[in-house]
Write a protein that binds this ligand. Structure first.
Ligand code: 1JT
Length: 259
């Protein structure tokens, strides 16, 4: 299998591990298994501590861990500069980041503030474009960029609100980036992950209801796991998907096809 993936010794940047439930962490674990060199970025000191403990617990060693705040151009530039200097070539990037203010997920959508809208867009959608632009300087052998999206991008999921609009922009950005970066042999795709109980899902009042509805409705009659999202992400990073770019791939037990 590892031969088919061709990820052994490849340098892959993973952004967005908050704790061991994070989708990004699932991807990192599969990357370790595939023999890739995993480079992590983190924003908050607290995430770094958790990451280090999680790595230790799993007996994994990061190739590199770098601080990076995607809301700041200088921070992104510096982080990728350090990564490029250390590893030379970047083969893949996993962008698994999103944020919005609590009140924008709690209040009525019509009450979304200008600043809340801008913040969600900046952190959750623009950050992919800025990341791709920094990473491409070191993706000199071509490569693959994968981001995480959610069904709320194209359907109304009650309560997802401003994040849905940000994910719609993210999925459109994936297509424009794919077109622009294709000439550099860099592929760009999104994984639309089904609901998984992560830190991001914490505090979503309707989350249990969402999980139950998926169990009843989805063709597979169950929810998906962090590992299943990770497996498809690995496929999208690997040689197995060399002909695929600009796509949003659903890993949702088939839920999105239902009427
Ligand atoms: C964010 C949050 C991005 C939660 C997210 C997310 N992408 C998926 N989820 C889970 C989710 C959240 C809501 C939801 C359904 C699924 C929270 C912090 C900001 C970034 O609504 C029904 C709100």
């Amino acid at each position: 299998m590892s031969d088919l993936l061709n990820l052994k010794g490849k340098n892959i940047v993973v952004m967005g591990v908050a704790n061991e439930r994070s989708l990004a962490w699932g991807v990192a674990e599969s990357l370790f298994t595939a023999g890739a060199n995993v480079i992590f970025t983190y924003r908050k000191e607290r995430s770094l501590e958790k990451l280090q403990r999680t790595l230790e617990k799993g007996g994994h060693e990061a190739r590199m861990i770098v601080q990076c705040d995607v809301n700041e151009d200088a921070s992104l530039h510096e982080a990728f500069g350090k990564i490029g200097e250390e590893v030379g070539i970047i083969h893949g990037v996993v962008h698994s980041l999103a944020f919005a203010h609590q009140e924008d997920l709690r209040n009525r959508f019509v009450e979304t503030t200008r600043s809340g809208y801008a913040f969600a867009q900046d952190t959750s959608a623009y950050s992919l474009i800025a990341t791709a632009n920094e990473a491409r300087s070191y993706m000199t052998e071509g490569g693959s960029i994968v981001t995480m999206s959610y069904l709320g991008a194209e359907r109304v999921v009650d309560g997802y609100n401003v994040m849905g609009v940000a994910k719609a922009a993210l999925e459109a950005s994936v297509r424009y980036l794919a077109n622009d970066l294709g000439k550099e042999n860099i592929r760009v795709n999104a994984i639309s992950a089904g609901a998984v109980r992560t830190l991001a899902a914490k505090g979503v009042p309707s989350f249990n209801t969402i999980l139950n509805k998926i169990e009843e409705t989805a063709p597979l009659k169950r929810n998906v796991t962090q590992e299943e999202v990770a497996d498809m992400t690995i496929a999208m990073l690997s040689k197995l998907s060399s002909g695929v770019t600009g796509e949003t791939i659903y890993v949702d037990a088939g839920y999105h096809i239902m009427g």
